[in-house]
Write a protein that binds this ligand. Structure first.
Ligand code: PLP
Ligand code: ZN
Length: 433
């Protein structure tokens, strides 16, 4: 299948200067992050509901507003994850119209990072990089490793040394070169900027960042399409670098501009862990100045102390009338359990952050019960099982006999022993199991 593509190029949001297409992330003049600008007149023709719904059930149905090089043949069916109504969770937290956008089951590596990586690697190939890579808090590492293996690209991936074991293994298994750095994400990222220049490698979230970030828009397109081409009242989204939350808004704005959805205000709510909360802190203080932090939280995938898109995210959240909150590690674990117990969705620590923040937003009346709210679950719980290791202990094994099972259940329920139950029955006291 051929994918049509609007003309696009890099543009500085500060000074408006355009830079064509090249591996470049910041404006050389004003140092502002570059974004992708599209020919929206062309998009009026190519990016229609009819064209989109005729496309495949993955992110490539939105290729007309993605920075995909001409002639690129998308291969992997990334995205188009479920949007599920969350009635049980809603009942618990006082929400009547609650939805979960479930990127815990994104293909191929179980986080929303698959979306950004597929767009970034399409451009890495076009720019002719032999080696690609990233600085990662975990999920990005998994996705770059898997997708570069499939494309036959060599990958070198840098991560903080203290990453969860499952995220380390989920990178190594694809044959990528994994370099553990003795430092936090912000140290890793700074090093990657130098490596990209020195070695001329394509780092998806460094020199390819403007292309990478556009992949996040597909979360927004999918939410609108899955709501029946409607926008929600609110979006709650976890924040690390602050990119995803902004790109969901960009997607909504494009849909409005092209007339695919009705114009309406959508409020954006950011979620962070208290142990790494530079953006939520700025939002609460009413400033766009981000004070970098040294991360200390179990939500490692969100542990970016100096977020690249932090100032823009803080500004955007306030401009929409939204808010940001942050929650403790204990609340994060509870949030993971609450989503699993109510909706049968096992999310990682970042999802625990998002659920706990959502509950607080309702509790504090920042979101009203009747409003339509979409909560973005961005990663899978199987990657961060260590966060739950104190919560569940293996029970003793039971012999495969009914009497042993009976006894075991009585132990669990704290029910009286059979003799005692008999005595109680004689005394006229019934014990209900
Ligand atoms: C990377 C990541 C995020 C946040 O992404 P940003 O665009 O950097 O804000 C959220 N959740 C998970 C699970 C992630 O891996
Ligand atoms: Zn500029």
């Amino acid at each position: 299948m051929e994918y049509s593509c609007s003309a696009y190029e890099l543009k500085c949001n500060e000074c408006g200067k355009r830079f064509g297409n090249q591996p470049l992330s910041a404006c050389p003049d004003c140092l502002a992050p570059l974004e992708i600008a599209y020919d929206m007149e062309l998009a009026r023709v190519t990016f229609t509901r009819a064209n989109i719904t005729a496309g495949p059930f993955n992110i490539w149905r939105y290729a007309a507003l993605l920075p995909i090089p001409a002639g690129f043949q998308p291969d992997l069916p990334v995205g188009f994850t479920p949007l599920v109504r969350a009635k049980n969770l809603g009942k618990r937290i006082g929400a009547k119209n609650l939805y979960i956008k479930n990127d815990a089951v994104c293909f191929p590596t179980l986080s929303f990072k698959d979306r950004v990586v597929s767009v970034a690697l399409a451009n890495a190939q076009k720019f002719g990089f032999d080696v690609v890579g990233c600085s990662s808090t975990g999920n990005l590492a998994n996705s770059v490793a898997a997708q570069s293996a499939r494309l036959g690209l060599k990958a070198t991936i840098l991560v903080p040394a203290d990453l969860e074991p499952a995220k380390i293994l989920n990178t190594q298994v694809y044959g990528a070169r994994l370099v553990r750095i003795d430092g936090n994400y912000d140290h890793v990222n700074r090093l990657c900027t130098q490596i990209a220049d020195e070695y001329n490698w394509g780092f998806v979230n460094v020199n390819l960042r403007p292309y990478y970030a556009e992949g996040s828009k597909t979360v927004g397109y999918e939410i609108a399409e899955q709501l029946g081409w409607r926008l929600p009242d609110n979006v709650v989204c976890p924040m690390a670098g602050g990119s995803l939350i902004r790109k969901i808004r960009k997607a909504f704005n494009e849909l409005i501009e092209l007339g695919l959805v009705e114009d309406k205000p959508v409020r954006f709510f950011g979620a962070q862990a208290t142990g790494c909360s530079p953006i939520s802190t700025a939002v609460k203080q009413g400033t766009e100045d981000i004070l970098p932090q040294r991360p200390n939280t179990i939500a490692r995938s969100l542990a970016i102390g100096n977020p690249a898109d932090g100032p823009a995210a803080a500004k955007m959240i306030r401009a929409t009338g939204g808010w940001a909150e942050d929650v403790s590690d204990i609340e994060i674990v509870s949030g993971m359990q609450e989503l699993a117990e109510t909706e049968g969705i096992f999310t990682e620590t970042a999802g625990g952050v998002t659920i706990a923040v959502t509950a607080r937003l309702y509790a504090h009346g920042r979101i009203s019960p009747d409003e339509t709210t979409v909560v973005c679950i961005t990663g899978n719980g199987l990657k961060t099982t260590d966060a739950l290791s104190d919560q569940y202990h293996p029970e003793r094994a039971v012999r495969p006999r009914l009497v042993d099972f009976d006894e075991y259940l009585r132990e669990l329920d704290g029910a009286p022993e059979p003799e005692l139950a008999e005595e109680l029955a004689i005394a006229g006291v019934s014990h209900v199991h």
